[in-house]
Design a protein around this ligand. Structure first.
Ligand SMILES: Nc1ncnc2c1ncn2[C@@H]1O[C@H](COP(=O)(O)OP(=O)(O)OP(=O)(O)O)[C@@H](O)[C@H]1O
Ligand SMILES: [Mg+2]
Length: 500
């Protein structure tokens, strides 16, 4: 049997009020892709952060290629050949690609003081070319897309001759094509004997890529199994400790009157002429490729982007949405795709983040009943299964998926007439995803109109009553739930006939 590359023994890590990793022992081998699965808050990122030197374990041992190692810092991890691509990217936006890759170990000119920029650029470009990427290494990180930034992180990991590369939900911000490039790269690294540890909530990816799957639940390792011996059902069962039946349980809701009517919306180059309406009780899916203008439509409806032309009617009356505050006041909500940019106050508590809109609403009424707010908060935390020791926990300390749930909770509080959700389940585990879908369908049943942007076609097909497809700033197609299929949507989104 191959000797293990990596051996974790009895790793324990607690945070105040949370036992994040409980006595985990795990091995990984050279030339394998080990998937790490588990619900939001199960301890996946924590375990991997220990391995990559972000913080020490409370106790436990780590062996690398048969030698016990003490990983005291990210730098030490790098020296040992352990690289981690984090859930939240960690590049310096004001620096170039090449500078980021060689940060702290830039090639020097003969005298040793000055950075040999020319050499650095050549070496970095060679890496980028090797990965089949097509942006210049002299570009600033801030000018790159999220996907490109992710690729830079990977280039950096490779440049360290890493023996172990950890990827924490790398595809959650990538388009399908970009994900494919990443997967091809991961497979070729596996060929070269690198150990890859891959955290993802996407079961299809786990099954396509991995050799074995390790599942964590509540800080513990539930099991490690060769992927070929598993089914999605069994993995999910291991994750949640019970059987999950219905992934997309859309309830039949009474579809009511038109609540929002958008006519000929135009804004800049991204939204070229978009007309559609939303009815009470309806979930409308907005599909399209990344960059097709979906997010921009959402921003217009939320008063965040100006309209060059067009008209929006809410409950039959023309409205002028000049700001998000105005949209909120009129009963339009938006959960955006970027957790950080949409105003999660990471340094503040779950309570203040989730109740910020509720307080605004109550303040308009002129009084606030704190006991009411508290009761509501507890309800929301339970309903969304937000995993937090208490309401005072700082949002920064929640796992990625639980941060997303706090944003959704915020909107539940104010019960908008129209709720726009932009990639609402990105980074959310399968079980919670089903809960969020159930919640959406309950909200619709109560008369809310929901517009959901999603890049995951199974999600779009599963929850939508009606599906709109955008391409290059225009609406290309509309399907009823019965008419829609993955092929038809992709065809409208790309303008091409799907193969097969
Ligand atoms: N710095 C911290 N301070 C306090 N608690 C923390 C901290 N980091 C993580 N936790 C807690 O530890 C637990 C495990 O979190 P972790 O981020 O490892 O989960 P995860 O499995 O990566 O989840 P996700 O799929 O949502 O990313 C959670 O309850 C989280 O709130
Ligand atoms: Mg995580």
């Amino acid at each position: 049997m191959t000797p293990s590359r990596l051996q974790l023994e009895h790793i324990v890590k607690s945070f105040p009020g949370v036992l994040a990793v409980q006595d985990v022992s795990l091995e990984a081998y050279p030339g394998e892709i080990l998937a790490l699965a588990g619900e939001n808050g199960a301890g996946k990122s924590t375990l991997m952060n220990i391995l990559s030197g972000s913080f020490p374990a409370d106790s436990g041992k780590i062996w690398l290629d048969g030698v016990e190692v003490n990983i005291t810092s990210p730098r030490r991890a790098q020296e040992l050949g352990i690289a981690m691509i984090h859930q939240e990217l960690a590049l310096i936006p004001q620096m170039t690609v090449a500078q980021n890759i060689f940060l702290g170990r830039e090639p020097r000119l003969a005298a040793g003081l000055l950075v040999d920029t020319k050499k650095m650029v050549i070496q970095a470009q060679a890496l980028i070319d090797q990965l089949g990427l097509d942006f210049p290494v002299t570009a600033l990180i801030s000018d790159l897309s999220i996907a490109q930034r992710q690729m830079v992180e990977i280039a950096k990991a490779i440049s360290f001759q890493s023996r172990v590369i950890i990827l924490d939900e790398p595809t959650s911000a990538l388009s399908e094509r970009e994900s494919d490039i990443l997967f091809a790269l991961m497979r070729s690294l596996r060929e070269q004997g690198v150990t890859l540890i891959y955290i993802s909530h996407r079961m299809e990816e786990i099954f396509n890529l991995s050799d074995r799957v390790a599942v964590m639940r509540d800080g513990q390792l539930v099991g490690v199994t060769p992927t070929k011996d598993l089914t999605i059902q069994t993995v999910v069962q291991m994750m949640v400790g019970r059987e999950l039946k219905d992934f997309f349980p859309k309830k039949q809701a009474e579809i009511g009157d038109v609540i929002l009517d958008a006519r000929e919306l135009r804004s800049g180059k991204r939204v070229r002429d978009v007309s559609f309406s939303l009815r009470r009780g309806e979930i409308v899916g907005l599909a399209g490729l990344v960059g097709s203008g979906r997010t921009e439509v959402a921003r217009i409806l939320f008063g965040a982007d100006p309209l060059d032309h067009g008209e929006i009617k809410l409950a039959g009356r023309i409205v002028h949405l000049h700001s998000p505050e105005e949209a909120i006041r009129l009963g339009i909500g938006l959960v955006t795709e970027d957790r950080k940019a949409q105003g999660l106050f990471l340094g503040q508590s779950v309570r203040s983040n989730a109740s910020v809109l509720l307080f605004e609403k109550l303040a308009q009424l002129g009084f606030i009943l704190y006991s009411k707010v508290d009761a509501w908060m507890r309800g929301a935390v339970t309903q969304l299964t937000i995993r937090t020791p208490n309401l005072e926990q700082k949002v920064r300390n929640l796992s990625g998926g639980n941060q997303q749930k706090v944003i959704i909770a915020r909107w539940l509080a104010v019960n908008p007439q129209v709720l726009i959700l932009d990639e609402p389940t990105r980074g959310i585990d399968v079980a919670s995803k089903a809960e969020i879908h159930t919640l959406m369908s309950e909200l619709a049943a109560k008369g809310m109109a929901i517009l959901m942007i999603s890049s995951e076609l199974p999600e779009i097909l599963g929850v939508s009553d009606r599906i709109l497809v955008m391409r290059e700033g225009r609406l290309m197609a509309e399907f009823s739930r019965a008419e829609a299929s993955q092929d038809r949507i992709m065809q409208a989104a790309t303008g091409q006939l799907a193969a097969g």
